[in-house]
Design a protein around this ligand. Structure first.
Ligand code: DGL
Length: 266
């Protein structure tokens, strides 16, 4: 139990290695307009995708514990990398419901016409046993091409959603998947939905892009169950472990309006 007063009361915690989880937060906000939401961007430690599993687990437990001690009723892991490496450890550490995003491999298998899907994700996600398990369980008869997308997270963290360098990185990683006949691309990192206009231009209109954010929001609603009705609009609070002026600029850009960002205590 924390000795200091809790900052929130019956809020919902959502966190990511950085700003990418805002793509999940917007789905959560749409599904739960009256709930208070606390978003933690661990940008001071991003990207997670090329860090060790020990480091990712330690950060996930730190952020999860901070949220739990400060009055959230549920934790949403809005980071595929944290899910595949550390969701189990967080679930063992907290009594709160933990809802965790994972790559949408099963829906992609159901949708593909060509019989080939691509999974765009971080290095830690593509090499994880969780992704291997998802493929073994759901992808019989379909070719699954895993693609680690080095550099994409950094571009989104900088707010560079559609500049020359980002386009070159996106083309370098998507073109081989198109050449292999993939007609469905799983956005297996929550930063990537912010690259959708660029991805759409590179992949062309015939390719389906899959983002499971709305499914995560539906699962969160289900796990929360019935809650006391509130008449007011929910508040949204933002915290970051990174540079606060950059966090304020990029979160404001991705969230669609200016926001205040508080420092995440270490
Ligand atoms: N948004 C995180 C994910 O979904 C990015 C991980 C990273 O920081 O590399 O995997």
């Amino acid at each position: 139990m924390s000795e200091t007063p809790r900052l929130y009361s019956h809020a919902i915690g959502v966190f990511d290695s950085g700003v990418g989880g805002l793509s999940v937060l917007r789905a959560v906000r749409a599904a739960l307009p009256h709930e208070d939401l606390v978003y933690v961007a661990d940008s001071g430690h991003a990207p997670y995708g090329d860090k060790s599993p020990q480091h990712i687990t330690q950060r996930t437990l730190h952020v999860g514990q901070w949220l739990a001690l400060n009055g959230v009723d549920a934790i949403t892991i809005a980071c595929n990398t944290a899910t595949v490496v550390a969701a189990q450890a967080l679930r063992e550490q907290t009594h709160l419901p933990v809802v965790a995003i994972e790559p949408a491999i099963k829906p992609a298998v159901a949708l593909t016409q060509s019989g080939a899907i691509g999974v765009l994700a971080t290095q830690q996600t593509v090499q994880s046993s969780s992704v291997a398990r998802l493929i073994a369980q759901h992808a019989q008869g379909v070719a699954v091409h895993l693609q680690a997308c080095a550099g994409w997270v950094e571009q989104v963290e900088a707010g560079a959603l559609d500049d020359v360098q980002t386009e070159a990185l996106v083309r370098a990683h998507v073109t081989p998947l198109l050449e292999k006949g993939c007609d469905t691309l799983v956005l297996g990192c929550t930063h990537y939905p912010f690259l959708t206009p660029l991805l759409r231009r590179v992949a062309g209109p015939g390719v389906t892009l899959l983002d499971p954010a709305q499914a995560v929001a539906r699962e969160l609603v289900r796990r929360l169950g019935p809650r006391p009705a509130r008449s007011t609009r929910g508040q949204t609070w933002f915290l970051s472990s990174g540079n606060l002026s950059q966090a304020q600029r990029v979160i404001g850009q991705l969230w669609g309006h200016a926001v205040a960002v508080a420092p995440l205590p270490e």
